[in-house]
Design a protein around this ligand. Structure first.
Ligand code: PEP
Length: 250
C-alpha cells in the first residue's frame, strides 16, 4: 500500500492568535518526529500567525473554506489569491457545517474545488450522510452523489491533489464515532466510485480520511482499516494533548 497516513486538524471557529500560536508551537515540537503527513486548518484570521510558526516544518497549513470567485465584489468572502499569499497549502471544502448550516450545495462546492485546484491548492473534499439518510439506507447514494458532483470536471491529473474526507454528519462533534467496520465499508465504496470515474490506479492512490469524533482511543482501530488513510479531526485537534496521540497513533 503506497498511501501515507494523513492526519489533519480542523480548528473550526476557535482560538485567538495567542492561543493558536501556542498550539502551533506545541504541535511543531511534538510532531517533529511524527511519521505521517500533518495539517492544521485554523480560522482565516489565524492563518498568518500559524503560517509563521509552522513554516519549514512537517506540518502544512490549511484553510477551512474559500470563495467560489477569484476576487471582486464579494463582501465577507476570502479569495484563493489571499490564501495563497498567506502560505496556505490545502483548502477544506464541503465540510458538513458548510453544507448543512450555511447551505452550500454540490454545485457551489464543485466550483470552489475547481478554483482551488486551478490555483495549485490541495483540496480536502468532505462528504457524508445525515443520520436520517443513514437510517433510510441512503449512505452510498448520498456519498456517491457528493463525490461525483464535487469532482465534476476535475481531471485525473488534478485528482492527485484531492483528498476525500468521509465524515458522517451524525458523528461530527457528537462523541459518536462510526465503527471501524462501518467506516471501512463507506471508504471502500467511495474508492470504487473513484475507480469508476478515474480508473483503478487513481483509486488506489487517493487518500480517504475519516472524520467524526476521532479520539486517541479510537484512532488506531480506525486507521487499521484497509481503506482508511487518515483522519480529519475537529474537537480533539484543539489541544496538543488530545491531538498528538491521534496524530502519532500506534
Ligand atoms: C470535523 O469538524 O471535521 C470533525 C470531524 O469534528 P469532530 O472531530 O469534533 O467530530
Amino acid at each position: 500500500m503506497s498511501r501515507n497516513y494523513y492526519m489533519a486538524g480542523n480548528w473550526k471557529m476557535h482560538m485567538t492568535r495567542t492561543e493558536a500560536a501556542q498550539l502551533a508551537q506545541d504541535l511543531v515540537s511534538q510532531l517533529r518526529d511524527g511519521k505521517h503527513k500533518y495539517l492544521v486548518a485554523p480560522s482565516f484570521t489565524l492563518l498568518e500567525t500559524v503560517s509563521a510558526m509552522i513554516e519549514g516544518t512537517n506540518i502544512q497549513l490549511g484553510a477551512q473554506n474559500c470563495a467560489a470567485e477569484e476576487q471582486g465584489a464579494h463582501t465577507g468572502e476570502v479569495s484563493v489569491l489571499q490564501l495563497k499569499d498567506l502560505g496556505v497549502h490545502t483548502i477544506i471544502l464541503g465540510h458538513s457545517e458548510r453544507r448543512h448550516v450555511y447551505k452550500e450545495d454540490d454545485a457551489l462546492i464543485n466550483k470552489k474545488v475547481k478554483l482551488a485546484l486551478k490555483h495549485g491548492f490541495e483540496v480536502i473534499l468532505c462528504i457524508g450522510e445525515l443520520l436520517e439518510e443513514r437510517e433510510a439506507g441512503k449512505v452510498e447514494e448520498v456519498c456517491e452523489a457528493q463525490t461525483v458532483k464535487g469532482l465534476e470536471g476535475v481531471s485525473v491529473a488534478d485528482l492527485g491533489s484531492v483528498v476525500i474526507a468521509y465524515e458522517p454528519v451524525w458523528a461530527i462533534g457528537t462523541g459518536k464515532t462510526a465503527t471501524p467496520q462501518d467506516a471501512e465499508a463507506v471508504h471502500a465504496f467511495v474508492r470504487k466510485v473513484i475507480a469508476r470515474l478515474y480508473g483503478d490506479d487513481a483509486a488506489s492512490k487517493i487518500v480517504i480520511q475519516y472524520g467524526g469524533s476521532v479520539k486517541a482511543d479510537n484512532a488506531a482501530q480506525l486507521m487499521a482499516m484497509e481503506n482508511i488513510d487518515g483522519a480529519l479531526v475537529g474537537g480533539a485537534s484543539l489541544k496538543a494533548d488530545s491531538f498528538i496521540p491521534i496524530a502519532k497513533f500506534a
